[in-house]
Design a protein around this ligand. Structure first.
Ligand code: DGJ
Length: 408
């Protein structure tokens, strides 16, 4: 796997625990096997059966011993697995993030849909071995935002409109239309030079089923490149869309979620990677400047209504850090029994090896019209209470503080 400096904060190669933790995670997926047992059961059995078993009492003793040793091995493996799982509750920005198969999560340009107590993560699946003619969206599920079960590639789409080599399907977002019991996916559809500027609409009966391509559109005739998703507290679905000539727009979806009902607001700011959240009575929108795959200082604005007026845009982090090498994709509100927090979800793009792009997820400091992305560090969230804990150093036994540049 390629290791390189992403920016002054993001130094993958400097993390000594990365592979160790990945191994631990992988180990946690392995089923318990006899091979893990430190006692050679076969030899013990031969010895007992052929040399020592002389009476029924001895035989009963032998069976009991085998049973107890077996239980002991199982217990050992079980506790190892639990410890491994406990250690991986930590969310570690910038690292390889293995799913329950031990493979780096493929959910780039992602969004999250929560159903009951399950989070469903959808994103671009850039697996290196994918068919280069097709485009893929993966779906994962989780109850804690840390452990992700790979559901499946819910989109394995061949060029749907004869667009040609290098066609693009990016930033998939899934909505649940409860009245129609349908899952509707929106994604950016384009050609290799991003000149089509359209939105693809796909549909499915199940959250993690095969999404069927329905059509593409330009929202109310406007160009649409990067798109984002917002569902308001009352369930109304909105599409955020970069409209290159004008800025970005907030659209309300139609009743069946399959088209655009109205243009709620044009914000005359040229931003992409759009994400929006409603928190403490205010709407906060975050976006990235238009610098392709390269990181830039992401910014935010607030409004008391989606129609605006929106405040002036301000930096979400020290501008020289360029959002710590990342680009916004989604704002996840976690409502717990004690508190509500908002998680900033962003991509650390590797344009030449997109499958190796990492993620920067961090709880935001947000409220009273202010939004701030803390310098990235490991963290944990308690989904039940909504509380999070920042962990300032990587728990590796290595005493070196991590990401010292960001600490300055
Ligand atoms: C920036 C966008 O945010 C990404 O989704 C991707 O389209 C790149 N541009 C391509 O350059």
């Amino acid at each position: 796997m390629k290791m390189q400096f992403k920016n002054s904060w993001f130094r993958r190669s400097s993390c000594p625990t990365q592979s160790a933790e990945a191994c631990l995670l992988l180990g946690a997926q392995k089923p318990s096997t006899a091979a893990n047992c430190p006692i050679d059961l076969q030899k013990a059995a031969q010895y007992l059966v052929f040399v020592r078993i002389k009476s029924l009492t001895n035989f009963v003793f032998f069976l009991t011993a085998v049973f107890l040793v077996g239980c002991g091995c199982k217990t050992l493996n079980f506790s190892r697995q639990t410890n491994a799982n406990l250690s991986t509750q930590t969310i570690r920005p910038g690292t390889v993030w293995p799913d329950d198969r031990g493979r780096h999560i493929q959910a780039h340009g992602a969004g999250i849909l929560k159903l009951g107590d399950t989070f469903y993560l959808f994103g671009e699946d850039r697996t290196q071995t994918n068919d280069p003619e097709k485009r893929y969206v993966a779906c994962y599920s989780s109850h804690d935002l840390s452990h992700w079960h790979f559901c499946r590639q819910v989109v394995q789409l061949a060029d749907p409109e004869h667009i040609g080599t290098g066609w693009v399907l990016e930033r998939p977002k899934v909505y649940y239309n409860a009245s129609k019991r349908k899952f509707v996916m929106y994604a950016h559809l384009d050609d290799n030079i991003y000149s089509m500027a359209r939105v693809a609409v796909l549909e499915c009966d199940q959250v993690d089923g095969d999404y069927h391509y329905l059509k593409s559109l330009r929202p109310l005739g406007h160009e649409s490149r990067d798109l984002g998703q917002f569902v308001d507290d009352d369930g109304t679905p909105y599409l955020l869309s970069e409209d290159r000539p004008n800025g970005f727009r907030i659209y309300q979806l139609s009743e069946d979620y399959l088209s655009i009902a109205k243009d709620v607001c044009l914000v005359p700011e040229h931003l992409e990677g759009l994400a929006l959240v409603h928190y403490g009575g205010l709407y906060y929108v975050v976006g990235s400047h238009l610098t392709g795959w390269d990181a830039n200082p992401n910014v935010y604005a607030t409004a008391s209504s989606l129609t605006g007026p929106w405040s002036a845009f301000a930096d979400i982090a020290p501008p020289e850090m360029k959002t710590y090498g990342s680009q916004s994709t989604f704002l996840l509100k976690v409502v717990g029994t004690k508190t509500t927090n908002v998680v900033f979800m962003a991509d650390l793009w590797e344009p030449d090896t997109l499958w190796d792009s990492r993620y920067l997820w961090m709880p935001l400091r947000i409220g009273d019209g202010k939004l701030w992305l803390p310098k990235p560090c490991d963290w944990k969230i308690n989904i039940g209470t909504g509380e999070f804990t920042l962990i300032k150093t990587i728990p590796s036994g290595n005493k070196t503080p991590v990401r010292t540049e960001a600490n300055q």
